[in-house]
Design a protein around this ligand. Structure first.
Ligand code: FAD
Length: 311
């Protein structure tokens, strides 16, 4: 397919109108905290559209997510988006978190239903006094303030969706409730993304649907994520990491080549907005952005500082 997807927003801050955003997870301990902030500072000069910070299953990172995004608001030049889920929480509990984000100056929320505590195969049961799904949560957020609200989108459909039509109905409900952007689950087969954009367009949904890109730094872990999220791992991808479980350095090189191929192909086909699941690793994301033509707008840190960061 060689067409320009029509659901892309265009950004002018970076060359060729390419816009990127970076997703981080909140740190659990001091060491992870340092890693997060060194990765953040490495990527900050690339001037992303926004960065986002995830919300742990069942609200398990409520404080850490809040502290991380609040610090980003206070101390950095990049607008953060706070993820929020409604699993196992009453509306009032969720609203409290929304109001706390509001008080901290957060203007953008990534609104998600979340997963049941039981993990794969467990049935999702909304809290009796809670928001039942992503669409209800979007409405709750917009009722509190005029936040920018991003939501999830699933090129291969969400595993709980009976079919693509039901999946699209949920995306439409989230847009009707006030969502302004969708970010896709990660995918490895670019055609699935383009077919999904066709479905979005056919459904008359006109918010941008940003491609979510996950570098495969740890194939086993990514396979687990893929199982949970219904993402297809093509045999060629498994083959590229075959036999490398104990060779992280080579895995990293291969991860870089895989993600470069994927992103370059998307760009060639007209995609201009990318959301990178960084897993708090900076260098591979920096490298791919460099190849995309995105250069730092401020001086880089010293070589020594860089060497101390992740590879
Ligand atoms: P929804 O959009 O509400 O629903 C997903 C699908 O489930 C729908 O398409 C619909 O078909 C089906 N469905 C939902 N409700 C019903 C119903 N009542 N009846 C029938 N079908 C229904 N998880 C976290 O815990 N923390 C995060 O920070 C986080 N960030 C994410 C960021 C992105 C960009 C993405 C794509 C996912 C993220 N997730 C996160 C994972 C997400 O929580 C899970 O995929 C979860 O299973 C669904 O949440 P959702 O908001 O997509 O659900």
């Amino acid at each position: 397919m060689n067409q320009t997807p029509s659901h892309e927003t265009h950004r002018t801050g970076n060359p060729r109108g390419v816009g990127v955003s970076f997703e981080f997870f909140p740190p659990k301990n001091e060491e992870m905290e340092q890693k997060l902030w060194s990765s953040f500072h490495r990527l900050e000069p690339l001037n992303p559209d926004f960065v986002s910070v995830t919300y742990g299953a069942g609200g398990s990172t409520r404080e850490r997510t809040h502290n991380t995004v609040s610090r980003m608001v206070r101390e950095t030049s990049i607008a953060p988006a706070a993820h929020l889920t409604c699993v196992d929480a009453t509306r009032e509990e969720v609203n409290e978190v929304i109001r706390a984000y509001q008080a901290s100056g957060v203007k953008h929320i990534v609104a998600l239903r979340g997963d049941p505590a039981g993990g794969i195969g467990a049935k999702y049961e909304p809290h009796p006094d809670g928001y039942a799904n992503g669409a209800e949560l979007v409405k709750g957020i917009r009722d509190i303030d005029d936040f920018e609200v991003s939501v999830s989108a699933y090129p291969e459909k969400h595993p709980e969706s009976q079919n693509f039509a039901a999946d699209m109905d949920m995306l439409r409900a989230k847009v009707d409730a006030g969502a302004t952007r969708a970010i896709t689950q990660f995918f490895f087969v670019n055609d699935y993304y383009f077919r999904y954009l066709d479905r979005v367009e056919a459904a008359g949904i006109d918010i941008p649907v940003t491609a979510g890109i996950l570098p495969v730094l740890n194939f086993k872990q990514v396979s687990n994520f893929a199982d949970q999220s219904g993402t297809h791992i093509p045999p060629w991808l498994a083959d590229r990491f075959d036999g490398l479980d104990d060779d992280p350095q080579v895995r990293r090189l291969i991860a870089a080549s895989v993600v470069v191929e994927q992103v370059m192909d998307l760009m060639q086909q007209g995609v201009r907005n990318f959301h990178f699941y960084t897993m708090n690793h900076a260098n591979i994301i920096f490298a791919i952005c460099h190849l995309m033509g995105i250069r730092p707008t401020r001086p880089l840190q010293t070589n020594l500082a860089r060497e101390q960061q992740d590879a």
